[in-house]
Design a protein around this ligand. Structure first.
Ligand SMILES: *Cc1c(COP(=O)(O)O)cnc(C)c1O
Length: 368
C-alpha cells in the first residue's frame, strides 16, 4: 500500500500546522536545482527581502534557518549566550518554559519571571525586575500558543532597550497573523516558524538579528557551541559575494516559503491581519452561541490561537477524535497544566476564513 494515498485535505484548526494554500503546494513541487545555482541565489535574496517586509525590519541578517521554529529558537540563544551570562525569561506558558530550559542548557544564569498561565506578562513587574538587576538578554514569547495569550512585546522592548539588554522574541505563532514590528519594538533577535500563520509546511525558521546582536555575536569569547546553527558561518552562505557552502539548503522548502510570503504580501499585510481579527471575532461569537466560553480575557486574546474552556463533564479526547475521524477537522488539546481544561482552536494564516469556522461550529453543534 502507498500510505500517502490515505491522506485527505484535513481542515487544520489546531496550533499548527495550518492549511496550506495551493500556490505553496505548487511551489514545493518545482524542479530541484543546486543550492549554489545563481537562480537559487536570486530566490534566496527575494526571500530575505520578503521576510524584511513582513518582520518590519531593515536588519540585513534576516534569513530562514533550516529546521522548525525550535531551530530558530536554538539559533537565537546559542549564538548570543555564553556560559554565565545573565538571562531573564518572561514565562507564561510552555514556550517560555522551553526558553528557560534552553538558556539553562547553554550555561546561562537564568532568572525567570513567571506570570499565571492564561494571563499576559505584566510590564510593571518586568520594569521592577530590570531595575533590580541588569541582564544580557530579556526573552519573551509574543504569541503564547500554549495558552492563547498575547504578550505586550512593544512595552517590554522599550524597557529592555533602556536597561541595555538584548531583546529576544519568539514570533513563531504571531508572524503573519499579527503585526510584528521588529525595529520599532527594539527587538534584537527574533525567530519564527513556517507552519503557523505563514501557512507553509513545517521545516524552516525565519530569524532576524539586529546590528547590536551581531556585535554581540562577533565579540564572543567562545565559539558558538552548535556547529549547524552557527550564524558566523551561515551568514557567508546567505550574504556577501562568496556564498560559501555551509550545509545544503532545503531547496524545495525554500520555494515553499518564497511562495507563502508572496501570498501574504499580495493580499496585503494589513488585510491579512484584519482577516485574522475578523475570523477570530466570528469564531468567538459562534462558540458563545453554542454555550462555550473563552479561557483568556478579551484584551489578551490572540486572534490566531483560541483557548476554549472545555465544559464540565465533556470528554476532551473523544470529541477531538470525533472531529478528526468523522469531520476531518483537527483542533488542539491543552498542554501541561492546561491539558484536559482547554481546546486550542487555531485560525492561522490560510485557515483563518469564516467558511472554516462555519464547518467547525456545525461539527461541534452535532457532537455536543
Ligand atoms: C510552535 C511553536 C514553537 C516551536 O516550533 P516548532 O516548529 O514546533 O519547532 C515555538 N514557539 C511557539 C510560540 C510556537 O507556537
Amino acid at each position: 500500500m502507498n500510505h500517502l494515498d490515505t491522506l485527505s485535505q484535513t481542515l487544520l484548526m489546531g496550533p499548527g500546522p495550518s492549511c496550506v494554500p495551493d500556490p505553496v503546494y505548487a511551489a514545493l513541487s518545482r524542479y530541484t536545482i543546486g543550492h549554489l545555482d545563481p537562480r537559487f541565489i536570486s530566490i534566496m535574496d527575494e526571500i530575505k527581502r520578503r521576510l524584511q517586509l513582513l518582520m518590519e525590519t531593515e536588519n540585513r541578517l534576516t534569513i530562514p534557518i533550516s529546521g522548525t521554529g525550535s531551530a530558530g529558537m536554538e539559533t537565537c540563544f546559542v549564538n548570543l549566550i555564553e556560559p554565565g551570562d545573565p538571562v531573564l525569561v518572561l514565562k507564561n506558558g510552555v514556550f517560555g518554559m522551553r526558553m528557560e530550559d534552553l538558556a539553562g542548557r547553554l550555561g546561562a544564569a537564568v532568572d525567570v519571571l513567571e506570570f499565571e498561565w492564561g494571563t499576559a506578562v505584566e510590564p510593571e513587574a518586568v520594569k521592577k525586575k530590570l531595575q533590580e538587576k541588569s541582564y544580557k538578554i530579556v526573552a519573551v514569547v509574543h504569541a503564547e500558543t500554549s495558552t492563547g495569550v498575547m504578550n505586550p512585546v512593544d512595552k517590554i522592548g522599550e524597557m529592555a532597550a533602556a536597561s541595555n539588554a538584548l531583546f529576544l522574541v519568539d514570533s513563531v505563532t504571531s508572524l503573519g497573523g499579527l503585526p510584528v514590528k521588529t525595529d520599532d519594538w527594539k527587538i534584537d533577535a527574533i525567530y519564527s516558524g513556517t507552519q503557523k500563520c505563514l501557512s507553509c509546511p513545517p521545516g524552516l525558521a525565519p530569524i532576524s538579528f539586529s546590528a547590536k546582536a551581531i556585535e554581540t555575536l562577533k565579540a564572543r569569547k567562545t565559539k558558538v557551541p552548535n556547529w549547524y546553527l552557527d550564524l558566523t558561518m551561515i551568514i557567508n552562505y546567505w550574504d556577501g559575494d562568496t556564498r560559501a557552502y555551509h550545509h545544503t539548503a532545503p531547496v524545495n522548502m525554500l520555494y515553499g516559503l518564497y511562495a507563502a510570503l508572496g501570498v501574504i504580501l499580495e493580499e496585503g499585510k494589513e488585510q491579512v491581519f484584519a482577516r485574522h481579527r475578523q475570523t477570530h471575532d466570528y469564531l468567538v461569537e459562534g462558540l458563545e452561541k453554542l454555550g462555550l466560553a473563552m479561557a483568556v480575557s478579551p484584551e489578551s486574546r490572540l486572534p490566531m490561537l483560541n483557548a476554549v474552556t472545555i465544559p464540565e463533564g465533556t470528554e476532551d479526547a473523544r470529541i477531538r477524535q470525533q472531529l478528526l475521524k468523522k469531520y476531518d477537522i483537527e483542533i488542539g488539546a491543552g498542554l501541561g497544566p492546561l491539558a484536559g481544561k482547554i481546546w486550542r482552536v487555531g485560525l492561522m494564516g490560510h485557515t483563518a476564513r469564516e467558511k472554516n469556522v462555519d464547518r467547525l461550529l456545525q461539527a461541534l453543534q452535532e457532537i455536543l
